[in-house]
Every structure is written in structure tokens, then in C-alpha cells.
Design a protein around this ligand. Structure first.
Ligand code: ADP
Ligand code: MG
Length: 382
């Protein structure tokens, strides 16, 4: 049975009527990594896996929620002190609270929901969950909160109710996602623009290394500090540089001898990456997917050799892709584990995926996971 039918069936059983169906999506980021906190561009899109929820006001002051995937029922009130124990329910509770904080009306409702975004794989299942409910509550209670604020409701939910200090990209992509389009978001000004992504003859596939190396958070803070240090040095000559992404490459060269070599390399990556996002956007407008792929390889090189956030498993997958003439491949996300995102010609797809699974398993002793994705719509009513 289809996911939405299973959801409606359970809703009917629990609540004796049908709910209204809402959905949102996980996301990929084609290019633009470690650029967000440097005021640069990211380039995400929503994907064809997500969360679907049946929702209906229940005339009480309580939310009655059933998670099909956890097979668990939770009831909670809408006041700050009513925060539920279950992690999954906290996302819904947080969205309710953040909606109220923005002046929206939220009353009790019934819901049954399920999803097919792999959890914790870097596809942002949590953003899919948040934006499904942010969108649904806005519609049901007629709040007229604008789309950007719906994304911020999800982001604040992570900050204030789930202990994750994330940026805006995941929720932005999940709310704004559009079939056949990627969205370039300027993380400094929050301006955004859609670009066509219809890779006919190619497929996008993620290969999940299923490893998460522990250095991630301390390394992340060090990378941020390096970027700030490089930006501060450049700013002395060029006061208009607020973030590192405002700097031209030659301005970085001017300060090379004044900053640690490590900071120079980190900054070299970031400035290059901002330009690569722009180059990829131009290439997409021409339908030039070969250039897109080449930029993905350049990003991987930068993340691995200049920014040093890759790892053996991801470099292995990237190298294999290159060897097999895959069009594009790079580590996606913060690094030190997670997935590579690959742009693969149709005719090479099965050969590549099979080889990746086989050779990775032989080398590392466990199988990677494979997630084919198609760029699809974000938050919506079904
Ligand atoms: P991700 O990188 O996928 O966003 P997170 O740890 O941020 O990983 O979010 C995963 C959490 O989101 C899960 O532990 C769960 O609480 C919630 N979640 C995601 N998808 C579902 C689902 N289908 N059903 C219930 N909860 C979900
Ligand atoms: Mg998440």
C-alpha cells in the first residue's frame, strides 16, 4: 500500500474520519559546501522522499500524534511546559511553539504521519518533518505566515527544542523545493533564485559510507576560526569584506604571508567554492551537465586537500567514480563521513553502483547504502 493510504487508514482507525494530507521533502545540496557560515551560496533542492502527514483540528487544546514509523502514539499540550519526551514528537511540538511565537494560531489537532527519508544520512529527514507541519499548521489555521518564516520555524525548532544549531539551508530547501529546479541561496542576503535541473540522460545517486568520524565538531569550529582569521586579514586592505565569501582570490594572495598556511588553504577552498556555485548555475542554464560534474570533482578535491574534511571512505568512493568516468562526484555535507553525491550517465548507472557497493564492502568490511534521488517538490498540500 502507498504511504499516504497507510497514513489515512491509520488516521481513520484512530480518529474516525479522514485527515487533510500534507507533505514535504528531504534535500540534497548539489554544490556549495562550508559556504553558509562564510556568507556564500548553497545550491540545494528538495528530493522525492519526504514526510507525509494527515492532519485535522480536534477542537481540544491537545495534539494527538501517531508516528507510523515508530508505531508510537503521543499526546501533548501546546504550552511551553508541555514538551514531550519522544524526540520525534519534539519536532512537531517545536513547530507548534515557534508558530505561536510568530503570532500564529495553533489549536489542538490529530495527526498520523510517516516518511521515507533515511534518518541521519545527511538528507535532512528532520527538516522534512518540520516543514511538513509548519506548512500544514499554516494552512489549517489560516495563519498566512510567509514561506521564509515557515523555514525559520523549522530552523528555530531545531535550535530551541532539539538542541541542533543548524543554518537555514535544510528547511529552506524543504519548504521552497520545486520539481526540476535547484535553488541558489545567498546565505548573507537570503536572496534566492531557481535554476533548471533536468539532467536528462543522467541520474543523481548518493552513496552513503555509513561512517561518522568523531572529529567533526571540533574540526568544524577550527575551520570556522580559520575562515574568520583569513577574512579579518583581508578586511584590513578591503574593508568591504564582511564575510570571507566577499573576498576576491587575489585579495587572499595579498595576505598569504600574514596568515598561517592552513588558514590560507581553508580560505582558498571557500573562495573557490563560491565561484564554483556560480559556474554551475551558468552551466545549468546552458544544460551543460559535464561542466556541472567537473565542478563537483573540483569541490571534492578542495574539501579533501584544502579544507581537509574528507576521509578515507569518501575519498575512496570519489576516486572510484573518477576512475569509472562518472560525470561528477563529491562528498556532500560537512564531511568526515556521510554520503557522496554523484551525477551518473544512465548507461553507466548500474555498473557504477554495483562496483561502488562491491569494492567499498571489500575494502571497509561493511556495505554502503545507495539512495537514488530525483529533484522534486517541497512543502505542499496533497
Ligand atoms: P537527519 O540528518 O536525517 O535530519 P536528524 O537526526 O536531524 O537526522 O533527524 C532525525 C530525527 O527526525 C529522527 O530521530 C526522528 O526524531 C525525526 N524523524 C525523521 N523522520 C521521521 C519519521 N519518518 N518518523 C518519525 N520521526 C522522524
Ligand atoms: Mg536533521
Amino acid at each position: 500500500m502507498e504511504m499516504k493510504d497507510r497514513i489515512q487508514e491509520k488516521f481513520q482507525t484512530l480518529f474516525g474520519e479522514a485527515g487533510d494530507l500534507y507533505a514535504s521533502a528531504g534535500r540534497i545540496n548539489l554544490i556549495g559546501e562550508h559556504t553558509d557560515y562564510n556568507g556564500g551560496y548553497v545550491f540545494p533542492g528538495a528530493i522525492d522522499c519526504g514526510i507525509i502527514a494527515a492532519v485535522k483540528p480536534n477542537g481540544t487544546a491537545k495534539v494527538k500524534a501517531f508516528s507510523l514509523d515508530y508505531d508510537e502514539y503521543v499526546e501533548f499540550g501546546l504550552k511551553e511546559e508541555d514538551k514531550p519526551e519522544q524526540q520525534w514528537a519534539r519536532y512537531i511540538f517545536g513547530v507548534c511553539r515557534e508558530t505561536v511565537k510568530r503570532g500564529g494560531k495553533v489549536e489542538g489537532f490529530n495527526t498520523v504521519f510517516a516518511g521515507d527519508v533515511p534518518l541521519g544520512a545527511g538528507l535532512s529527514s528532520s527538516a522534512a518533518l518540520e516543514s511538513t507541519f509548519a506548512f500544514a499548521l499554516n494552512d489549517i489555521f489560516d495563519n498566512h505566515i510567509d514561506k521564509f518564516d515557515l523555514a525559520k520555524i523549522g530552523q528555530s525548532t531545531e535550535h530551541n527544542y532539539c538542541g541542533v544549531k543548524c543554518g537555514i539551508m535544510d528547511q529552506f530547501a524543504s519548504v521552497f523545493g520545486k520539481k526540476g529546479s535547484l535553488i541558489r541561496l545567498n546565505c548573507k542576503t537570503l536572496e534566492y533564485k531557481y535554476f533548471p535541473f533536468n539532467p536528462e540522460g543522467y541520474r543523481v545517486v548518493l552513496i552513503d559510507s555509513c561512517v561518522k568520524h568523531e572529529l567533526a565538531s571540533s574540526a568544524y569550529n577550527k575551520r570556522r576560526a580559520s575562515c574568520e582569521n583569513a577574512a579579518a586579514a583581508i578586511r584590513k586592505n578591503h574593508p568591504e569584506v564582511e564575510f570571507l565569501s566577499d573576498a576576491k582570490r587575489v585579495w587572499l594572495d595579498e595576505v598569504r604571508s600574514e596568515i598561517p598556511e592552513e588558514d590560507f588553504l581553508r580560505a582558498e577552498y571557500v573562495i573557490g567554492e563560491v565561484q564554483r556555485v556560480l559556474d554551475v548555475c551558468d552551466a545549468l542554464e546552458r544544460g551543460d551537465y559535464e561542466t556541472v560534474g567537473e565542478m563537483m570533482y573540483q569541490t571534492h578535491f578542495g574539501l579533501s586537500k584544502l579544507y581537509e574534511v574528507s576521509c578515507e571512505e569518501l575519498d575512496f568512493l570519489n576516486k572510484l567514480a573518477r576512475k569509472m568516468d562518472v560525470t561528477g562526484s563529491r562528498v556532500m555535507g560537512g564531511g568526515f563521513g556521510g554520503c557522496t553525491i554523484n551525477l551518473v550517465k544512465d548507461e553507466l548507472y548500474d555498473t557504477f553502483v554495483n562496483a561502488a557497493v562491491e569494492q567499498f564492502t571489500a575494502k571497509f568490511g561493511h556495505a554502503p547504502k545507495v539512495y537514488p534521488v530525483v529533484i522534486s517538490d517541497g512543502a505542499r498540500k496533497l
